[in-house]
Design a protein around this ligand. Structure first.
Ligand code: HPA
Length: 267
């Protein structure tokens, strides 16, 4: 708690008490969304006390404060993954911080492997639910100041926000898919047998992030909205490749940015 409070007060000081309404986590290759933000403050993770520092290519380590669609937002350009060696507490630390800064919504994006065979590379998938195959970030003593010991996970990805997203996508002619996100540790991409297994248990896309952050946000009662960019199709013959994932992320990023911007405007 002390670490979280220390980070919050350093941020408040550096941003003249900026109060964001929406927190945004930008996934692999999706950092371009920052161009849609009227930036007021940019803080590097290394300058925020107790904040981990991101190591993966394609992930910058910046917290960006500004406005989108007339609303105040804070965006994480670069997130922390369990496979990098961070603890689950570190992975979810920024979500605790953003929640204490006052966010009312959390938007998350990620690059994911498609498992649903009707998905194409470059599709945007609205996350309707998840299956957690990572360690749960809430393991350990419960921080009752934040939320309950046994948080409810109904409506984990806000139905109300998803309905708005669907309406906006129709209006803006953005093709959407919908599905269940399977969160795994990585860092290996899946074997063919694993993709089939994830399909069999009800997954539509698989990735190495998002679930921990959403669990922690839900613990604190923050409504969540998540989008996966399908960067590869697991059950096709092609191999997974990090560079390809970044490229596909960038290409789909423009559509995702439009969706996020309109949605934030209408929240
Ligand atoms: N598996 C896991 N994570 C991913 C994938 C995948 O196929 N594609 C992008 N992130």
């Amino acid at each position: 708690m002390d670490c979280i409070l220390e980070a919050c007060s350093a941020i408040r000081k550096a941003t003249n008490d900026f109060q964001p309404e929406v927190g945004i986590i930008l996934g692999t290759g999706l950092g371009g969304f920052v161009d849609s933000i009227d930036v007021e403050y940019r803080l590097e993770y290394k300058d925020i006390p107790n904040m981990p520092v991101s190591t993966v290519e394609g992930h910058k380590g910046c917290l960006i404060f500004g406005t989108v669609g007339g609303k105040k937002v804070v965006a994480m350009q670069g997130r922390f993954h369990y496979y990098e060696g961070y603890t689950m507490k570190q992975v979810t630390f920024p979500v605790r911080v953003m929640a204490l800064l006052g966010i009312k919504y959390l938007f998350v994006s990620n690059a994911a492997g498609g498992i649903n065979t009707s998905f194409c590379v470059g599709d945007l998938m609205i996350i309707t639910d998840h299956i957690n195959l990572l360690p749960n970030p809430l393991i350990g003593p419960n921080m009752a100041e934040f939320g309950p010991r046994f948080p409810d996970m109904h409506d984990c990805y806000s139905h109300a926000i998803r309905m708005k997203a669907t309406a906006i996508a129709e209006r803006e002619h953005i093709k959407l898919q919908y599905g269940v996100y399977v969160g795994t540790t990585g860092p290996t991409f899946e074997t063919q047998a694993e993709y089939r297994y994830f399909k069999a248990i009800g997954g539509d896309a698989v990735g190495m992030s998002t679930v921990p952050e959403v669990i922690v946000a839900r613990h604190m009662g923050v409504p969540c909205f998540g989008v996966s960019v399908v960067t590869n199709c697991g059950l096709s013959e092609e191999k997974g490749d990090h560079e390809d994932v970044q490229l596909q992320g960038k290409k789909a990023g423009e559509r995702m940015a439009r969706l996020f911007t309109e949605l934030i405007r209408e929240l």
